[in-house]
Design a protein around this ligand. Sequence first.
Ligand SMILES: C[S@@+](CC[C@H](N)C(=O)[O-])C[C@H]1O[C@@H](n2cnc3c(N)ncnc32)[C@H](O)[C@@H]1O
Length: 254
Amino acid sequence: MRITVDDELKTLVVEDAGVRSEIELYSDRAFEILSRWSLNIGWSRKYSYGFSWMGRPIIQLPDDLIRIQEVIWSVRPTVIVETGIAHGGSLIFYASLFEAMGAGSVVGVDIEIRPHNRDAIEAHPLSRRIALIEGSSTDAATLAAVRARLKLNDRVLVILDSDHSRRHVAAELEAYAPMVSPGSYIVATDGIMRDLVGAPGIPAAWDQDNPSVAAEAFAAARDDFVLEIPPRGFAETNLAALTYWPSAYLRRVR
Ligand SMILES: C[S@@+](CC[C@H](N)C(=O)[O-])C[C@H]1O[C@@H](n2cnc3c(N)ncnc32)[C@H](O)[C@@H]1O
């Protein structure tokens, strides 16, 4: 594919498999095409490794954080379970929303919580809202430790951000789905992996081996969850959201 921006004619020219189309540069379609490339190149260049939240590195696309904030505000979970802690920035992000909302706690799971990350999370002013569990997210002992943190009337939202292989995400979906409250979501992050094939260093297998494929298969096999794009809090635009999390949000419908 060849894409040419013509700043004089204000067009985007796309040539693909012998087909040439000319698109108005200042159009939704041109924005979507250029944004897709921006997201893909940004992933390769570690764009999402350049942010922190209240002092802790957070490895996310900021657009996804605004979107999940909209979901949290509308679902009002009392507990967020997140697999994949890394430096703890996302745990602090969710805890800070709960702090502002006046209630809620976060359960973080990671196969390896490095001592300096644990120390920083435990020393953070929001640490009283956070519980850390070390272990593989699908191990029986880990799952028992997570369940032990949940109370009968909790409204639970789950975010999967650990090992992004299709197999692991599929296993996480099976294991964590029963914890999700009706009306809430389980979110399989980073499905953008499948759109990255062809970029330098990206395995061809990511075409199928990614969280979106796992989420789509899960939704197809179940009638208690639907894959959806959550309603926006504000949308005076027709532009699709920029996201690293396509086909990610599974809502429990019963
Ligand atoms: C992408 S990072 C998480 C980023 C974090 N949520 C944030 O927003 O900053 C992925 C994390 O998943 C963890 N991980 C990998 N395999 C895992 C597994 N089987 N169970 C639990 N955590 C795992 C890694 O140790 C790593 O810290």
